[in-house]
Design a protein around this ligand. Structure first.
Ligand code: NAD
Ligand code: SER
Length: 317
């Protein structure tokens, strides 16, 4: 068992609730401290209530648990972020500045900073490569691009080992997403399994980059475990799993649930989706630390439906 002491901030969210269990499997139950704004009733052990905009409390927690690594997941995501742009900027940036400064002052060895495909904007047409121009359209994307640059600054200025992935939309059966533009791709499976009609908030041919949670976990740990000399990107690594449109995920589900029905009712999230690339070139991640996704759309669909049927205790007739 490895002797790291890990703090996960934003641990109750879509990624955090899966990542905490994943890291505990690797490092040991008591080595991973989960934290969020409120206690998680299902996971009260090794948990700290933390509003990460409060740097003093963060500092006390890092000292109390002799933390050596921080996974900073707390953020307001793309769609929810547009409801109150200045508050989104304040939360996303203040929490990250607190993490950077508390980590620097306490000699925390590694930080994970999740970035996003939302850093790209209108100047990327189709496929985004690692060094494509960043002109994000949302306050969320602006905060992620700024966070990436601050990561690079703290690496160059203080030698801090900060690692980052530009996650595509993440799809999971274990947890629900928290206010993003890619959330439809989780909700659609729940509706299909429950036998309900699905109203999609994106148009049928809007292709976006996505990744299955299992691949996202693998990529995150691979990056964090890679030898430091292999890390050539200190802003945020492009990461690709698969790309699909609402029509393509619907067709994939139809292969298992043939009577599933969908309608398309695009809303304000359509413009956000159209500002993002359709494909991601993740050559640097593949070359530097051996990234390869394991899931295709159909393989993910099979597993999502199997797991959600178990969750909802739906027995196939
Ligand atoms: P989420 O919205 O599901 O969870 C975020 C968590 O952060 C929530 O539990 C929330 O309570 C917590 N939080 C918010 N403000 C906080 C604060 N001030 N202090 C402490 N906790 C706070 O988000 P997620 O999908 O789990 O995403 C985690 C990270 O990964 C985010 O930074 C997000 O930008 C990034 N990301 C996610 C996706 C995705 O598809 N889920 C894609 C790209 C990047
Ligand atoms: N899934 C995220 C969102 O839609 C991408 O960062 O906001």
């Amino acid at each position: 068992m490895k002797s790291e002491r890990i703090l996960v901030i934003g641990a109750n969210g879509q990624i955090g609730s899966v990542l905490v269990e994943y890291l505990r499997g690797m490092y040991g139950e008591n080595q991973v401290i989960a934290s969020d704004l409120k206690v998680n009733s299902e996971r009260q052990d090794y948990f700290e209530v933390l509003d990460a905009t409060d740097g003093k409390t963060l500092d006390k927690i890092v000292k109390r648990h002799s933390i050596t690594q921080i996974y900073h997941l707390a953020a307001i995501l793309s769609a929810k972020g547009e409801q109150d742009p200045l508050n989104t900027w304040q939360i996303n940036m203040q929490t990250y500045f607190n993490v950077l400064e508390v980590a620097r002052e306490n000699g925390v060895k590694k930080i994970f900073y999740p970035s996003s495909i939302a850093v790209f904007g209108a100047h990327v047409h189709g496929s985004a490569d690692q060094f494509s121009y960043l002109d994000p359209s949302t306050v969320y994307g602006i905060s992620k691009a700024a966070g990436e640059n601050w990561s690079n600054y703290y690496f160059n200025r203080y030698g801090m080992d900060i690692r980052s992935l530009r996650y595509p939309g993440i799809i999971s059966y274990q947890s629900m997403p928290g206010g993003g533009t890619t959330d439809y791709a989780v909700d659609i499976y729940h509706k299909a399994v429950k036998g309900e009609h699905f109203d999609c908030f994106l148009e049928e041919n809007t292709t976006l980059p996505m990744i299955y949670m299992s691949d996202a976990m693998d990529a995150t740990v691979r990056l964090m475990e890679a030898p430091a000399e292999k890390i050539t990107v200190r802003t945020g690594y492009n990461l690709a799993g698969m790309s699909f449109s609402p029509k393509e995920i619907y067709d994939s589900i139809l292969k298992i649930i043939p009577d599933f029905e969908i309608s398309y009712k695009p809303d304000y999230r359509q413009a956000i989706a159209e500002s993002w690339p359709q494909q991601i070139d993740d050559s640097e991640a593949r070359t530097d630390w051996g990234w390869r996704p394991a899931y295709s759309l159909d393989k993910m669909t099979e597993e999502m439906i199997t797991e959600l049927r178990k969750k909802y205790e739906i027995v196939r007739s």
